[in-house]
Design a protein around this ligand. Structure first.
Ligand code: ATP
Ligand code: MG
Length: 297
């Protein structure tokens, strides 16, 4: 598969296993495939895949503050894991440890079969080619246009001609719902649109996994819905492995295969979404009740 519209024009990196992103085509929910079987949903086949990302007994403190205390969870390739929990429980810290921006004090983190816990910056660069993060504020380059932001990872790879880059950028902008906005600056966009562009830029890096930090906060419910739809399409169509940090339980229920609930340093719940609904864990039930109260249907 190729990022390019015209297979004949692609004599540069035909063998690169990347998502197929076709400018001008609508994205359809893909039929069930191997990645979709990596599920524990009732009625699904028994399946015990190797984790794509795993936390094994991870602890992390800042001074006297023990943020994560012996936390373990994992996510299979093609699955979506939602990390939920109150403010300050270490959700963002967890993502930053996967990206290698922070290191655990103890325990192990594996990504794509490699123990990355002791990786140095140079080794982390190769991990960051496989796993990209969409930051809450989008972290776009303010002085570059939207199109240049999305083109950035493509230009860094030096694999495509300029006209090919433009084709891919246009396809990506259309895919995330901001077609025709490539010439604007990030400051011209709403928070939700910036986040869509950040997702397009993450996709341009052709990752195997994307980490989203609170993708639906600070946007209106309609935009939250659109971003949720987008993340879901990416999961099904491109078989991307996703970790989504969210406060929004409806969002988690719609997207997640598994949920990990962090509370007072511990991962006190790590199960499927179905099990979350039926949980008798009182702390978890309280969290779910409070969410229903704050965000009624
Ligand atoms: N680089 C750092 N140095 C010191 N303390 C930090 C650092 N990063 C995070 N912390 C602390 O670790 C705790 C967990 O932070 P984190 O950002 O992971 O919370 P969170 O669960 O993402 O919360 P929120 O839902 O509000 O985003 C907080 O108390 C925070 O102040
Ligand atoms: Mg956070």
């Amino acid at each position: 598969m190729s990022l390019l519209l015209d297979p004949e024009a692609d004599n540069v990196h035909r063998s690169t296993p990347v998502p197929e992103i076709l400018p001008g085509t609508s994205i359809e929910i893909a039929v069930e495939g191997p990645a979709c079987q990596a599920s524990t949903r009732p009625g699904g086949p028994p399946f015990h895949p190797e984790p794509y990302i795993a936390f094994e007994h991870v602890s992390k403190s800042f001074g006297d503050l023990r943020v994560l205390d012996d936390v373990s969870f994992s996510i299979a390739a093609g699955e979506t894991l939602c990390i939920i929990g109150r403010s300050g429980v270490g959700k963002s810290v967890s993502l930053q440890q996967i990206m290698g921006f922070l290191k655990p004090d103890s325990g192990r983190i594996t990504v794509a079969g490699e123990d990355i816990t002791g990786f140095n910056e140079r080794q982390m660069e190769s991990v960051r080619k496989k796993v990209t993060m969409v930051f809450q504020n989008g972290a776009l380059f303010d002085s570059l246009s939207v199109g240049e932001n999305v083109a950035f990872p493509l230009r860094e790879r030096k694999e495509l001609h300029e006209d090919q880059i433009q084709q891919v950028v246009n396809g990506l902008l259309e895919m995330v719902g901001v077609a025709g906005m490539g010439h604007l600056l990030p400051s011209d966009l709403s928070t939700g649109m910036k986040r869509s562009v950040a997702i397009a830029r993450a996709l341009a890096a052709q990752p195997e996994a994307i980490l989203y930090d609170e993708p639906t906060t600070m946007v209106d419910p309609l935009m939250a819905r659109r971003l949720g739809d987008l993340i879901q399409r990416l999961k099904h169509q491109l078989r991307l492995t996703s970790i989504v940090v969210t406060h929004d339980m409806r969002f988690a229920e719609r997207l997640a295969d598994h949920v990990v609930f962090l509370h007072e340093g511990k991962g006190i719940f790590f199960h499927s979404v179905e099990q979350m609904r039926d949980t008798d864990n009182e702390t978890m039930r309280q969290f779910l009740r409070f969410d229903a109260y704050v965000l009624p249907f």
